[in-house]
Write a protein that binds this ligand. Structure first.
Ligand SMILES: Nc1ncnc2c1ncn2[C@@H]1O[C@H](COP(=O)(O)OP(=O)(O)OP(=O)(O)O)[C@@H](O)[C@H]1O
Length: 305
Protein backbone atom coordinates (compact mmCIF):
# COMPACT_ATOMS: atom_id res chain seq x y z
CA UNK A 1 0.00 0.00 0.00
CA UNK A 2 1.40 3.41 -0.98
CA UNK A 3 -1.07 5.60 0.89
CA UNK A 4 -3.59 4.84 3.58
CA UNK A 5 -5.70 7.60 5.09
CA UNK A 6 -8.75 7.00 7.27
CA UNK A 7 -11.06 9.24 9.25
CA UNK A 8 -8.83 12.27 8.78
CA UNK A 9 -9.91 15.39 10.63
CA UNK A 10 -8.31 18.83 10.63
CA UNK A 11 -9.45 22.31 11.67
CA UNK A 12 -7.74 25.57 10.74
CA UNK A 13 -8.37 28.47 13.16
CA UNK A 14 -11.21 26.45 14.72
CA UNK A 15 -12.78 26.08 11.27
CA UNK A 16 -13.33 22.39 10.38
CA UNK A 17 -11.66 21.93 6.98
CA UNK A 18 -11.39 18.13 6.88
CA UNK A 19 -14.02 16.15 8.74
CA UNK A 20 -13.78 12.62 7.33
CA UNK A 21 -11.25 12.03 4.57
CA UNK A 22 -10.23 8.53 3.51
CA UNK A 23 -7.91 7.44 0.74
CA UNK A 24 -6.23 4.17 -0.17
CA UNK A 25 -3.78 3.89 -3.01
CA UNK A 26 -1.71 0.97 -4.25
CA UNK A 27 1.73 0.93 -5.87
CA UNK A 28 1.80 2.05 -9.51
CA UNK A 29 -1.77 3.40 -9.48
CA UNK A 30 -2.83 6.79 -10.81
CA UNK A 31 -5.32 8.11 -8.28
CA UNK A 32 -7.52 11.13 -8.96
CA UNK A 33 -8.47 13.20 -5.95
CA UNK A 34 -11.51 15.20 -7.06
CA UNK A 35 -13.68 17.83 -5.51
CA UNK A 36 -15.07 21.34 -5.97
CA UNK A 37 -13.12 24.47 -5.01
CA UNK A 38 -12.46 24.61 -1.29
CA UNK A 39 -13.34 20.91 -0.79
CA UNK A 40 -10.11 20.20 1.08
CA UNK A 41 -7.97 18.55 -1.61
CA UNK A 42 -4.83 20.69 -1.16
CA UNK A 43 -5.18 20.52 2.61
CA UNK A 44 -5.28 16.72 2.36
CA UNK A 45 -2.11 16.79 0.23
CA UNK A 46 -0.41 19.03 2.80
CA UNK A 47 -1.13 16.42 5.50
CA UNK A 48 0.15 13.61 3.27
CA UNK A 49 3.40 15.45 2.62
CA UNK A 50 3.95 16.27 6.30
CA UNK A 51 3.39 20.01 5.95
CA UNK A 52 0.36 20.07 8.25
CA UNK A 53 -0.61 18.11 11.32
CA UNK A 54 -4.00 16.42 11.35
CA UNK A 55 -6.16 16.68 14.46
CA UNK A 56 -6.92 12.97 14.29
CA UNK A 57 -7.12 10.00 11.95
CA UNK A 58 -4.79 7.52 10.32
CA UNK A 59 -2.19 8.79 7.83
CA UNK A 60 0.34 6.38 6.39
CA UNK A 61 2.45 7.13 3.32
CA UNK A 62 4.74 4.29 2.21
CA UNK A 63 4.76 2.97 5.77
CA UNK A 64 5.76 6.35 7.21
CA UNK A 65 3.95 8.85 9.42
CA UNK A 66 4.35 12.04 7.32
CA UNK A 67 4.66 14.51 10.17
CA UNK A 68 7.01 12.52 12.41
CA UNK A 69 9.08 11.00 9.59
CA UNK A 70 9.13 14.01 7.29
CA UNK A 71 12.80 13.79 6.32
CA UNK A 72 12.60 10.15 5.37
CA UNK A 73 9.33 10.73 3.49
CA UNK A 74 10.66 13.69 1.51
CA UNK A 75 13.47 11.48 0.21
CA UNK A 76 10.86 9.06 -1.16
CA UNK A 77 8.23 11.28 -2.77
CA UNK A 78 8.17 13.81 -5.58
CA UNK A 79 5.84 16.79 -5.29
CA UNK A 80 4.55 19.25 -7.87
CA UNK A 81 2.72 22.12 -6.20
CA UNK A 82 0.23 24.42 -7.93
CA UNK A 83 2.74 27.22 -8.27
CA UNK A 84 6.24 25.98 -9.17
CA UNK A 85 8.66 28.90 -8.81
CA UNK A 86 11.54 28.89 -11.30
CA UNK A 87 14.29 31.38 -12.04
CA UNK A 88 13.42 32.47 -15.57
CA UNK A 89 17.01 33.22 -16.60
CA UNK A 90 18.12 29.65 -15.91
CA UNK A 91 17.90 26.87 -18.50
CA UNK A 92 16.15 23.58 -17.68
CA UNK A 93 19.56 21.95 -17.83
CA UNK A 94 21.10 24.44 -15.38
CA UNK A 95 18.07 24.36 -13.13
CA UNK A 96 18.03 20.57 -12.76
CA UNK A 97 21.77 20.48 -12.08
CA UNK A 98 21.29 23.13 -9.42
CA UNK A 99 18.32 21.35 -7.79
CA UNK A 100 20.17 18.01 -7.81
CA UNK A 101 23.13 19.66 -6.05
CA UNK A 102 20.77 21.04 -3.42
CA UNK A 103 19.77 17.41 -2.78
CA UNK A 104 23.49 16.56 -2.55
CA UNK A 105 23.68 14.85 -5.94
CA UNK A 106 25.65 15.40 -9.13
CA UNK A 107 23.84 14.46 -12.36
CA UNK A 108 26.01 12.82 -15.01
CA UNK A 109 25.63 13.91 -18.64
CA UNK A 110 23.85 10.62 -19.46
CA UNK A 111 21.49 11.00 -16.57
CA UNK A 112 20.64 14.56 -17.60
CA UNK A 113 19.85 13.34 -21.12
CA UNK A 114 17.61 10.59 -19.71
CA UNK A 115 15.78 12.99 -17.42
CA UNK A 116 15.15 15.53 -20.17
CA UNK A 117 13.91 12.77 -22.48
CA UNK A 118 11.63 11.45 -19.76
CA UNK A 119 9.69 14.73 -19.68
CA UNK A 120 10.12 15.62 -23.38
CA UNK A 121 12.35 18.64 -22.88
CA UNK A 122 15.47 17.45 -24.72
CA UNK A 123 15.20 19.95 -27.58
CA UNK A 124 14.75 22.97 -25.29
CA UNK A 125 16.95 22.04 -22.39
CA UNK A 126 19.50 24.87 -22.94
CA UNK A 127 16.84 27.52 -23.49
CA UNK A 128 15.98 30.07 -20.76
CA UNK A 129 12.98 28.95 -18.70
CA UNK A 130 11.30 32.33 -19.21
CA UNK A 131 10.82 31.39 -22.89
CA UNK A 132 8.98 28.16 -21.95
CA UNK A 133 5.26 27.60 -22.41
CA UNK A 134 3.18 26.70 -19.33
CA UNK A 135 3.27 23.05 -20.41
CA UNK A 136 7.06 23.06 -20.66
CA UNK A 137 7.34 24.61 -17.19
CA UNK A 138 5.06 21.90 -15.80
CA UNK A 139 7.21 19.24 -17.45
CA UNK A 140 10.30 20.81 -15.89
CA UNK A 141 8.46 20.75 -12.56
CA UNK A 142 7.90 17.04 -13.11
CA UNK A 143 11.59 16.50 -13.88
CA UNK A 144 12.40 18.22 -10.58
CA UNK A 145 9.83 16.09 -8.71
CA UNK A 146 11.43 12.99 -10.24
CA UNK A 147 15.00 13.81 -9.19
CA UNK A 148 14.90 11.25 -6.35
CA UNK A 149 13.33 8.62 -8.63
CA UNK A 150 10.44 8.41 -6.15
CA UNK A 151 7.90 5.57 -6.19
CA UNK A 152 5.20 8.16 -5.45
CA UNK A 153 4.42 11.49 -7.10
CA UNK A 154 1.97 13.93 -5.53
CA UNK A 155 0.71 16.46 -8.05
CA UNK A 156 -1.56 19.41 -7.33
CA UNK A 157 -3.43 20.49 -10.49
CA UNK A 158 -0.59 19.54 -12.88
CA UNK A 159 -2.48 20.56 -16.02
CA UNK A 160 -4.15 23.71 -14.72
CA UNK A 161 -3.98 26.55 -17.25
CA UNK A 162 -2.53 24.37 -20.02
CA UNK A 163 -3.90 24.28 -23.55
CA UNK A 164 -5.10 20.90 -24.94
CA UNK A 165 -1.69 20.10 -26.43
CA UNK A 166 0.14 20.95 -23.19
CA UNK A 167 -2.32 18.81 -21.24
CA UNK A 168 -1.89 15.91 -23.61
CA UNK A 169 1.90 16.15 -23.22
CA UNK A 170 1.64 16.01 -19.44
CA UNK A 171 -0.81 13.08 -19.70
CA UNK A 172 1.64 11.16 -21.86
CA UNK A 173 4.51 11.74 -19.43
CA UNK A 174 2.38 10.63 -16.47
CA UNK A 175 1.05 7.53 -18.25
CA UNK A 176 4.60 6.52 -19.21
CA UNK A 177 5.80 7.01 -15.62
CA UNK A 178 3.01 4.83 -14.30
CA UNK A 179 3.15 2.08 -16.93
CA UNK A 180 6.83 1.87 -17.71
CA UNK A 181 8.31 2.76 -14.33
CA UNK A 182 5.55 1.72 -11.89
CA UNK A 183 5.42 5.18 -10.30
CA UNK A 184 2.29 5.77 -8.20
CA UNK A 185 0.71 9.14 -8.94
CA UNK A 186 -1.72 10.98 -6.70
CA UNK A 187 -3.31 13.65 -8.80
CA UNK A 188 -5.41 16.43 -7.35
CA UNK A 189 -7.62 18.09 -9.96
CA UNK A 190 -11.07 19.26 -10.94
CA UNK A 191 -10.50 18.54 -14.61
CA UNK A 192 -12.59 15.44 -15.19
CA UNK A 193 -11.02 14.83 -18.56
CA UNK A 194 -7.62 14.37 -16.87
CA UNK A 195 -9.13 11.82 -14.54
CA UNK A 196 -10.95 9.98 -17.33
CA UNK A 197 -7.76 9.68 -19.31
CA UNK A 198 -5.32 8.90 -16.50
CA UNK A 199 -6.84 7.51 -13.36
CA UNK A 200 -7.79 3.97 -12.44
CA UNK A 201 -8.95 4.93 -8.96
CA UNK A 202 -10.67 8.06 -7.67
CA UNK A 203 -11.80 9.72 -4.47
CA UNK A 204 -14.35 12.54 -4.42
CA UNK A 205 -14.03 15.03 -1.56
CA UNK A 206 -16.74 17.53 -0.79
CA UNK A 207 -16.83 19.92 2.16
CA UNK A 208 -13.94 18.12 3.84
CA UNK A 209 -15.47 14.66 3.52
CA UNK A 210 -14.76 11.74 1.16
CA UNK A 211 -18.11 10.98 -0.39
CA UNK A 212 -17.00 8.22 -2.74
CA UNK A 213 -13.83 6.23 -3.33
CA UNK A 214 -12.98 3.28 -5.54
CA UNK A 215 -11.97 1.90 -8.93
CA UNK A 216 -13.26 4.32 -11.57
CA UNK A 217 -14.80 1.76 -13.94
CA UNK A 218 -16.46 -0.05 -11.03
CA UNK A 219 -17.93 3.15 -9.62
CA UNK A 220 -19.23 4.11 -13.05
CA UNK A 221 -20.89 0.72 -13.49
CA UNK A 222 -22.38 0.73 -9.98
CA UNK A 223 -23.50 4.33 -9.73
CA UNK A 224 -24.45 5.22 -13.27
CA UNK A 225 -25.23 1.80 -14.74
CA UNK A 226 -22.54 2.38 -17.38
CA UNK A 227 -22.13 -0.62 -19.66
CA UNK A 228 -20.45 0.76 -22.79
CA UNK A 229 -16.70 1.11 -22.87
CA UNK A 230 -14.02 2.10 -25.31
CA UNK A 231 -10.77 0.17 -25.06
CA UNK A 232 -7.39 0.82 -26.58
CA UNK A 233 -5.32 -2.35 -26.88
CA UNK A 234 -1.61 -2.77 -27.54
CA UNK A 235 -2.22 -4.49 -30.84
CA UNK A 236 -5.72 -4.78 -32.33
CA UNK A 237 -4.78 -8.26 -33.61
CA UNK A 238 -4.76 -9.59 -30.06
CA UNK A 239 -8.38 -8.49 -29.69
CA UNK A 240 -9.77 -10.76 -32.37
CA UNK A 241 -11.27 -14.17 -31.62
CA UNK A 242 -13.53 -15.37 -28.84
CA UNK A 243 -14.86 -12.96 -26.24
CA UNK A 244 -15.80 -13.75 -22.65
CA UNK A 245 -19.50 -14.36 -22.02
CA UNK A 246 -21.46 -11.13 -21.67
CA UNK A 247 -18.88 -9.01 -23.48
CA UNK A 248 -19.97 -7.82 -26.92
CA UNK A 249 -17.76 -6.13 -29.47
CA UNK A 250 -19.83 -3.33 -31.04
CA UNK A 251 -17.34 -1.65 -33.32
CA UNK A 252 -13.68 -1.14 -34.02
CA UNK A 253 -12.25 2.14 -35.24
CA UNK A 254 -8.68 3.34 -35.24
CA UNK A 255 -6.97 1.73 -32.29
CA UNK A 256 -10.21 1.72 -30.28
CA UNK A 257 -12.67 -1.11 -29.68
CA UNK A 258 -16.20 -0.34 -28.55
CA UNK A 259 -17.63 -2.88 -26.13
CA UNK A 260 -20.82 -3.50 -24.25
CA UNK A 261 -20.83 -5.43 -20.99
CA UNK A 262 -24.02 -7.27 -20.03
CA UNK A 263 -25.81 -6.28 -16.80
CA UNK A 264 -24.57 -8.20 -13.78
CA UNK A 265 -21.03 -8.58 -15.10
CA UNK A 266 -18.52 -6.57 -13.16
CA UNK A 267 -16.28 -4.52 -15.52
CA UNK A 268 -13.22 -5.60 -13.59
CA UNK A 269 -14.14 -9.27 -14.16
CA UNK A 270 -14.57 -8.50 -17.87
CA UNK A 271 -11.10 -6.86 -18.06
CA UNK A 272 -9.54 -9.84 -16.26
CA UNK A 273 -11.24 -12.29 -18.64
CA UNK A 274 -10.04 -10.30 -21.65
CA UNK A 275 -6.53 -10.19 -20.23
CA UNK A 276 -6.61 -13.98 -19.84
CA UNK A 277 -7.54 -14.20 -23.53
CA UNK A 278 -4.39 -12.32 -24.45
CA UNK A 279 -5.76 -8.78 -24.69
CA UNK A 280 -3.22 -6.16 -23.73
CA UNK A 281 -5.39 -3.23 -22.67
CA UNK A 282 -3.75 0.19 -22.65
CA UNK A 283 -6.69 2.41 -21.84
CA UNK A 284 -10.30 2.00 -20.77
CA UNK A 285 -12.91 4.74 -21.09
CA UNK A 286 -16.57 4.73 -20.23
CA UNK A 287 -18.83 5.81 -23.09
CA UNK A 288 -21.85 6.69 -21.00
CA UNK A 289 -20.68 10.22 -20.24
CA UNK A 290 -20.06 8.63 -16.90
CA UNK A 291 -17.58 10.57 -14.81
CA UNK A 292 -19.24 13.95 -15.14
CA UNK A 293 -22.64 12.49 -14.25
CA UNK A 294 -21.12 10.62 -11.32
CA UNK A 295 -19.28 13.69 -10.04
CA UNK A 296 -22.20 16.09 -10.38
CA UNK A 297 -24.64 13.56 -8.97
CA UNK A 298 -22.60 12.86 -5.88
CA UNK A 299 -21.66 16.47 -5.07
CA UNK A 300 -25.20 17.80 -5.75
CA UNK A 301 -26.88 15.08 -3.69
CA UNK A 302 -24.73 15.92 -0.73
CA UNK A 303 -25.36 19.68 -1.00
CA UNK A 304 -29.12 19.08 -1.15
CA UNK A 305 -29.06 16.65 1.80
N1 LIG B 1 -4.39 28.71 5.89
C1 LIG B 1 -5.72 28.65 5.90
N2 LIG B 1 -6.43 29.43 6.73
C2 LIG B 1 -7.79 29.36 6.75
N3 LIG B 1 -8.53 28.56 5.97
C3 LIG B 1 -7.86 27.77 5.12
C4 LIG B 1 -6.44 27.77 5.03
N4 LIG B 1 -6.08 26.87 4.10
C5 LIG B 1 -7.23 26.34 3.59
N5 LIG B 1 -8.28 26.88 4.23
C6 LIG B 1 -9.70 26.57 3.96
O1 LIG B 1 -9.83 25.18 3.87
C7 LIG B 1 -10.78 24.82 2.90
C8 LIG B 1 -10.19 23.80 1.96
O2 LIG B 1 -9.17 24.42 1.18
P1 LIG B 1 -8.29 23.61 0.14
O3 LIG B 1 -7.31 24.58 -0.43
O4 LIG B 1 -7.76 22.38 0.78
O5 LIG B 1 -9.39 23.24 -0.94
P2 LIG B 1 -9.18 22.64 -2.40
O6 LIG B 1 -10.12 21.49 -2.51
O7 LIG B 1 -7.74 22.35 -2.65
O8 LIG B 1 -9.69 23.83 -3.28
P3 LIG B 1 -9.22 24.34 -4.76
O9 LIG B 1 -9.76 23.34 -5.70
O10 LIG B 1 -9.90 25.65 -4.87
O11 LIG B 1 -7.72 24.43 -4.75
C9 LIG B 1 -11.22 26.10 2.22
O12 LIG B 1 -12.47 26.51 2.75
C10 LIG B 1 -10.14 27.08 2.59
O13 LIG B 1 -10.67 28.38 2.71
Amino acid sequence: MLIEVADLKLSIHANPVLSDVRLTMQEGEIYGLLGPNGAGKSTTLSVLTGLRAADSGKVNVMGLAPLRQKRELHGKIGVLAEDSGFYGWMSAHGYLHWMARLYGRELSADEMVRRMEQVGLSAANRQAIKTYSCGMKQRLGLARALLNDPPLLILDEPTNGLDPRGRREIHDVLLALSREHGVGILLCTHLLDDVDRLCSRIGIIHQGKTLLEGVLTELLAEKTGASRYRLRVASPGTASGALPQGVNLLAQEGGWLHLDIAPGIHPDAAWRALFALGWRIIEIRSEDGGLEALYLGITETEVAA
